[in-house]
Design a binder for this molecule. Structure first.
Ligand code: SF4
Length: 294
């Protein structure tokens, strides 16, 4: 069984940067170091960071002045920054510069008089952060919602950095009929676009695809959906423990990709495990004991 790993699988530049900034902040912090929300959407990496001393909180109410608070790569609304500073907390900003760019573009559109529409998941922290930068954001996550929008004289559009390019294309063509004047910034991050393109290509060339990453990771889930759309035998896993031998029956080539929030060490574990299976190893501990031909 041959294993092919997508070239850009795993941490993107922004996530790598955020993790490094956060680890440095923990080392330097005199008091406790907290991350506001999960630093990245990957349960296993979060566990590793906890062992290094990082604590994760959802709100800042209980934090003591003088503590360090890390802002993750998704960014936050300006009001959150002010609130942290008012409370005497030391803020370490690990917002990805590409996310900052989206926030700035949304502000610019508003200053130019465009109502701002954000294409993305309203519950995703990155979208919440972008939305917090403008007064009356319209957040839309589906084509159905877009169809129900009224007509606009002017409309400015930005999108979540991990949006699928297919959805973006369809959304923009629908919006073109909804506004007399439409200004669109394609703010899909290059890292996302590259991973999605690679996932589609690889999925169409292999027998089975494994997409590795958090089930709560938006970009990993999108990779899975894209892969599944071209290869029915696509599986989204968080770790090697979820792998089922039956997935590989008759498979000669297995493709692996991973979301931008999946650390390299998790991908390596999966690859090593597949190699082990390909050599005739078994995952009998899980009640399955069938070798995959090498
Ligand atoms: S996917 Fe792009 S925008 Fe998001 S953290 Fe990575 S580099 Fe930054």
């Amino acid at each position: 069984m041959k294993i092919r790993v997508a070239k850009s699988a795993g941490f993107c530049w922004g996530v790598k940067r955020a993790v490094n900034i956060a680890i440095e902040a923990v080392k330097r912090s005199k008091g406790k170091a907290y991350c506001l929300g999960e630093l990245i959407h990957n349960r296993r990496e979060i566990e590793r960071l906890k062992k290094l001393g990082m604590e994760f909180v959802e709100d800042v109410e209980s934090l003591e002045a003088g503590s360090t608070v890390i802002i993750r790569s998704h960014g936050v609304a300006p009001q959150v920054f002010s609130c942290l500073k008012e409370r005497g907390l030391e803020v370490v900003d690990a917002t990805c510069p590409f996310v900052k760019e989206v926030q700035d573009k949304a502000v610019k559109l508003e200053e130019e008089g465009y109502p701002v529409l954000i294409l993305g998941n309203p519950k995703h922290p990155e979208v919440e952060g972008i939305a917090g930068h403008v007064k009356n954001p319209i957040i839309v996550s589906s084509l159905e919602e877009l169809r129900e929008l009224p007509q606009f004289l002017k409309l400015g559009v930005v999108c979540q950095t991990t949006l699928s390019s297919g959805f973006f294309r369809e959304a923009v063509s629908l919006l073109a009929l909804k506004a007399k004047e439409l200004k669109v910034y394609n703010t899909i991050c290059k890292a996302t676009a590259i991973r999605q393109k690679e996932a589609k290509e690889l999925a169409s060339q292999v027998d089975v695809m494994l997409i590795v990453g958090g089930k709560n990771s938006s970009n990993t889930t999108k990779l899975y959906q894209i892969s599944k759309s071209v290869n029915e035998r696509s599986y989204h896993i968080e770790s090697k423990e979820e792998i089922e031998l039956s997935w590989f029956e008759g498979a000669e080539v297995v493709g692996i990709t991973a979301g931008a929030s999946t650390p390299q060490w998790v991908i390596e574990e999966v690859v090593a495990y597949l190699r082990f299976l390909a050599k005739g190893g078994s995952n009998s501990g899980r009640g399955v004991c069938q070798a995959v031909g090498g």
